[in-house]
Each structure stands twice: as structure tokens, then as C-alpha cells.
Design a protein around this ligand. Sequence first.
Ligand code: THU
Length: 160
Amino acid sequence: MKEVILQTRVSVCSYDELPDADRAVVDVARCATAGSYSVYSGFSVGAAVRLGNGKVVSGSNQENAAYPSGMCAERTTLFWANSNYPSEPVEVMAIAARNAQGELEMPITPCGACRQVMLETERRFGNAIRIILYGARLCYVIDDGVRALLPLSFDSGFLE
Ligand code: THU
């Protein structure tokens, strides 16, 4: 049997080392945590995307007493962006989080369902999303798109 190793390329840097254009999107994601409705988890997540037309839009997690009815920040943001700008590719996505103690030191990484929606967005517009995961101490930058976070994924190619 042949073994195949799948690798993920992640750049690690401090917030200050990010390019200005990335920092701008990260700052919107950090601010977006303020709009989080996270009364059950106390975990506020913000996401921001920069679209092909240069607009930056954001969203946050919205929880519900019926837990599965809540929505993550990433999907809130992507669904809003894709609803309001259906022709604009998503070029960059930044994600940030805070809890009762403040901003997290290390980046959070999107859940599986959000990765799947990010993949659909990439397929829809035909470009890889630059993903920036913010942490107060370190940031991760993924330049190869969501495939790096979701190897062996299911996409529309299987339905053809
Ligand atoms: N959450 C997000 O919004 N994005 C993530 O990437 C991970 C988790 C939310 C869902 C829930 O409201 C809270 O964080 C705790 O899981």
C-alpha cells in the first residue's frame, strides 16, 4: 500500500508583521466581535471578508437557546456577503475571537461546517481565499485557500 502525506502550509507571524492590507481586514474582524450574541458560550467570534470590489464586510456568531440554531461568525459573514454582493469574489477572510478575559492569545481556526462553506465560496468564484487567523500573540496566514484546512474535501466536482 502506498502512503500519501498531505501537508498544510501556514505562515506564522505577529499582528505587527502582517501586511497593512491584511491588518485592515483583521481589525474589522476584531471589531466585529462586539456584535456577537454569545450569551451561552461567552465566546465572541468576529469575521471579516474583503471582496473583489474592495469592500470589507463583517459578521459575528449569533447563538440561540436551541443551540444548533445558532450560527458561527464565518458563515454569518459569508452568507451576508454572498447575498448582498453575489458577483464579488471573497479574496481575504480574517477571523478573531475574545472571551471574558479579552482577546485570545492564539488564533482560533474555523469549524468544519464553516470550512465547507468557505470551500463552496472558493469554488463559486474560482479563487482561493487568503485566510488570516488572528491571535493577540500570533497570527496564522493561509495562502493556499481553504483546501489547506480541509483536505480530501467533498465539493461540487463530485456531482458533475
Ligand atoms: N464559533 C464561531 O463563530 N466560529 C468558529 O470558528 C468556532 C466557534 C462560535 C460558535 C459558538 O457561538 C461559539 O463560538 C462557541 O463554540
